[in-house]
Design a protein around this ligand. Structure first.
Ligand code: GLN
Length: 190
């Protein structure tokens, strides 16, 4: 299965390594035409505003079509891009997940931290870097992982978004979970 990693900016290489370790065939996506050649996509962390600039109108439209049709996993800035509503400041979202996300929500002091959360009920390390907070989870969006009271990994169908960076921990479980979703999506021909 060909898994694309959006490689415009940010920490796409750590995702590439993890996905390859798990046996996926990875394509670094730099041009909109490459969306046609992949079965699933990871949108990495970085700066969501910069992603929007680099994508431009055409890239944004192509990405929007892709994320509605195929399995997609967004981490941190990628999670922000997938949301319906983005605050602090307001910016466009792809609308693939009905969530409201507040950028840089943890303030300067705990700007970046490693915390323990729960993934499907089991403890897991979570690396937060200038993380957004999911402030509203819409109908039909499942909370898959939490940190304290916060939803930090959410899913609707084959769209998955994390406010943390699973590619920076040694634990492969979150990427495995996404690859499973992507495999199922492929079998259903969606
Ligand atoms: N603060 C970034 C943003 O608002 C996200 C940070 C990250 O991806 N590590 O887009």
């Amino acid at each position: 299965m060909g898994v694309g990693v959006l490689a415009l900016q940010g920490d796409f290489d750590a995702h590439r390594r993890r996905l390859e370790e798990l046996g996926a065939e990875v394509v670094l996506v730099k041009k909109p035409e490459q969306f046609d050649a992949i079965d699933a996509l990871v949108i990495p962390g970085g700066e969501s505003g910069t992603f929007l600039k680099l994508l431009g109108e055409n890239g944004f439209a192509k990405l929007k079509d892709f994320v509605r049709a195929k399995p997609t996993f967004g981490t941190c800035a990628g999670c922000i891009l997938l949301a319906t509503e983005v605050e602090n400041p307001k910016q466009a979202g792809l609308g693939a997940l009905d969530i409201t996300v507040r950028r840089n929500a943890y303030g300067r002091q705990i700007d970046s931290s490693i915390r323990a959360g729960l993934f499907l009920g089991d403890p897991i390390e979570m690396v937060f870097i200038r993380a957004p907070r999911i402030e509203r989870v819409g109908a039909g969006v499942e909370v898959i992982a939490t940190e304290g009271q916060d939803a930090v990994l959410v899913r609707k169908g084959s769209t998955l978004a994390a406010t943390f960076h699973p590619e920076l921990s040694d634990d492969p479980r979150i990427h495995q979970y996404f690859l499973q979703i992507a495999e199922n999506g492929k079998r259903q021909g969606s």
